[in-house]
Each structure stands twice: as C-alpha cells, then as structure tokens.
Design a protein around this ligand. Structure first.
Ligand code: MG
Length: 450
C-alpha cells in the first residue's frame, strides 16, 4: 500500500492529490452511510485547507445513500463525538488527519455512541466499500443536509457542569495563559473556554485556516515559539493543541514543556482524591499514572494502543478516568474520547487547588524518563518471529504480550512493538533516569539486531 494512502478499520488517511482524492472519500462515505442504514450522520472537520473539498464529496456520498447529514462545521474531534450522542445520530464522520502535517487529510468514522468504530464495525464498512455494495438511492430516496451550530456550546456546557470544576475558584486565580492552536480546530473552542474561566490569555495561531505554522504534533521539539511566548508574557501556563484538539501538551511557567505524559497524570492527580475508581490507559503510557493511582488506593488497567481500545475498556470496567500518554485525557463524565478541553479545565482546577506554580506541581509528581528507538528489520525478517524470540529470551522476567512484548522491571519497563506501516520495530523504555531508559533501548536493539 502506498504511504500516501492508509486505509484501516478506523478510516482513511492520505496525502491530498496523491493518495487521498474526492473519489476515495466519496466511496468511503457511501459505504459508511450504507452501514448507518441511511440514518442521521454528524459531519465535523478540522481546519485543513482541503477540508471543504472533502466535505462536499463526503456529503454527496452520504446523501446518495439516503443519510441526513448534520453539518457542524469546523470542530474538534471530541466535539463531533459529543454531537453524535447528543443528536441521537446513527453515526458521525470527522474529516481530519489529526496531528499529521498540512498536506494530509483523512476520515475518521464514529459509531452511534460517539466512539470510534471498533475493528468489527470498521470491517463491515470496508466490506461494503470493497464489494461496491453501497445502497445508492433514486431521486426520491436521497438524504438532506442540515446545519447545527451549537455543538461547541454543548461540549463546553458538559465541561462546565463537572462537579469537581469550581468555576469561581478558577476565576479568582486569574490565570495568565498562552496557547498554540496551530491554526487548527482548537481555535474555535479554546478562546470561549478561557474567557469563561476568567483567564487573561494570548492564543498563538488561533485562526482556523489550516495553515499550520510548524509541525502540528504537540511534541517538545515543535513548541519553541510557545515556550518563548510563555516566558515573554509571564504566563502561568502554556497549552499546545494538535489540529483536531484531542491532544494537549503543557508548558510550565518557566517555558519548559512537561512532556505529554504529564497531561493525563495531572488530570488523574486532580480526580482520584475526589473520586476513587479504576484508571485505564494503554500499554505505552507512563508509569507515573500507576504511582498516582496507588497513592489514592486505585488500580490501573492497560489495553492495546489505540483510543478505541482504551475507551471501550473504560466503559467495560466503569473506570473514572483514562486516556493515552500522548496528551489524551478521557473523562467518561463528558465523553468516552480524548479531549483537550477536558484536559485544560482539569489542569486549571488542579493549579487553582495547588496554589503554586505549575513547575512545582509537576515536580511534586513522580518523575520518569522515556526513550524511544526504531530498528529496521533486515531483509524480509518477520517481526512476529523476532518478538517470539524476545519473549523466549526474557521468559524469566515479568512480560506483557498484549501489544508486542513489554518487559516489566522494577520502576521501569521496555516494550518492543512492530510498526503497522513500516518494516521496523519500535522500542520504547521508561525508567527513573535517562541512563537506565537508554540502556534498556540499547539492550533490546542489540537483541533485535542479533
Ligand atoms: Mg488528534
């Protein structure tokens, strides 16, 4: 499959004009609309330049199979998910390529409960698409389009209603905030939220034009402008969002990125003292969450990487919070999906309760360091065999084989997984010092290469 087009059970992602064309999304929309039995489908998009073009093709495809298309315009992915639930739709589509660079776009498919399609559901859509079995209607069976302009307000109302968010207390703190919305969909919601919480704020790249000023993934190496602005404006906090506003990264008042792992950690540190319960994260999420949960007498359960796995397990075990270490906070009170606005509200509350600077709040949490490495597989070597070999070699240690092989050691771990898209193995290690994490990566890279 060419790199320019990636089709999976969760949707499609590709480079505009190369792999991803109106024809591709039209066929997807017709198959998806057929899967939804011609019911109501909420359509949202991030701010990418190619968004309107794809929106027209997707709308045409959905109408052709009898769907009522509810257009909510530019909206964060979590906003679209909440609208699917609120409007009792049969499903929803989000036109986004999440954190991918500007030339990419894609389609994410949602089920009637506002969660991403799971593997089984996604396969049904692909089967219809591959068989060309879309239920194309005659002129008198076509769908219609309507617009709904309250999706952002519905989303914010759900956050303001959270029992552990004390709006007056946050307002009294009068936080100075600098944010970077990378000209993505976050620009249409973050300003309203910060105004409501009485913050004094500056938002960089706030126009939802889809022209990203830098690589839009909220990793420390992409946040130099934001870090400088936090210092310049003497802000209490810096916030970095990805283009569809489901991931959030934090910058301390010193202009230092805390690393995305600490977004979920801080949210859990706020919630668990107030509400005890299970926490669900994926296998690659930092163990700082285990320490925080243990401190409050709570347990952590881990799933395969992928938001849908985490979301479904949260529902299955009725967890109080969950998410992914990549800055994705999932609070089931609002919705079972990663949500940067939930993260912002919880951080402001946490900081208001703490009463000191964010760098000190961060320092009060357990500290871990992660390291990552890629190893290319020589000439057609089967990643499964390599993983089996690793499992045998480390059979005396504590292993988790739910997603690649994860070796669990004292206050540390190392995981080896096969990439879904490239002939490489990804090694990830976490420990209390960079030296140990490096050493683990080194050790496993040597095993893989041997
Ligand atoms: Mg995203």
């Amino acid at each position: 499959m060419p790199q320019q087009l990636m089709i999976s059970v969760s949707g499609v992602r590709g480079v505009i004009g190369e792999g991803l064309t109106p024809e591709v999304v039209l066929a997807f929309a017709q198959a998806y609309g057929t899967y939804c039995q011609g019911g109501r489908v909420v359509l949202g998009r991030d701010s990418r330049v190619s968004g309107p073009m794809l929106q027209h093709a997707v709308t045409a495809g959905l109408m052709a199979v009898g769907c009522e298309v509810v257009d909510i315009g530019i909206a964060p992915t979590p906003t679209t998910k909440i609208a699917v639930e609120k409007l009792h739709a049969a499903g929803g589509l989000v036109i986004t390529a999440s954190h991918n660079p500007v030339m990419w776009n894609g389609l994410k498919m949602l089920a009637g409960d506002g969660l991403f399609l799971d593997e089984e559901q996604g396969k049904q859509v692909l089967t219809i698409r591959d068989a060309g079995a879309a239920n194309i209607r005659n002129w008198d069976g076509l769908g219609k389009t309507t617009a709904y302009d309250k999706a952002i307000d519905d989303h914010l109302a759900a956050i303001y209603a959270l029992p552990f968010i004390d709006i007056e207390k946050i307002r009294q703190a009068r936080f100075r905030v600098v944010a970077d919305c990378v000209n993505g969909a976050g620009g249409v919601i973050l300003k309203k939220l910060l105004e409501h919480f009485g913050c004094d704020f500056v938002i960089l790249n706030n126009a939802p034009t889809g022209r990203f000023p830098h690589n839009p993934e909220p990793l420390p190496e992409n946040l130099a402008e934001l870090c400088e602005a936090v210092k310049k404006h003497r802000a209490h906090i810096g916030l970095a969002l990805d283009p569809d506003a489901d991931r959030l990264a934090l910058i301390s008042e010193k202009g230092v990125p805390l690393g995305e792992e600490y977004t979920l950690a801080l949210a859990a540190a706020l919630l668990l003292p107030k509400r005890k319960g299970k926490v669900v994260v994926n296998l690659s999420t930092s163990m700082v969450i285990d320490d925080i949960a243990a401190k409050h007498g709570c347990t952590v359960e881990r799933t395969k990487v992928g938001e849908i796995h985490v979301a479904k397990h949260i529902r299955h075990v009725a967890a109080v919070i969950g998410g992914e270490g990549n800055g994705g906070v999932i609070l089931p009170d609002v919705h079972l999906g990663r949500d940067a606005m939930v993260g912002v509200a919880m951080l402001l509350q946490q900081l208001a309760d703490f009463g000191g600077p964010l760098s000190e709040l961060h320092a009060s949490l357990p500290q871990y360091v992660m390291r990552r490495r890629k190893v290319e597989l020589a000439g057609g070597l089967d990643p499964k065999q390599v993983l089996q070999k690793i499992a045998r070699k480390y059979q005396r240690e504590k292993l988790d084989a739910n997603d690649g092989i994860k070796i669990l050691r004292d206050k540390s771990w190392v995981q080896v997984r096969a990439s879904n898209t490239e002939p490489i193995l990804r090694i990830m290690a976490e420990a209390q010092s960079a030296a140990v994490a490096e050493k683990y990566c080194e050790e496993l890279a040597a095993v893989v290469e041997a």
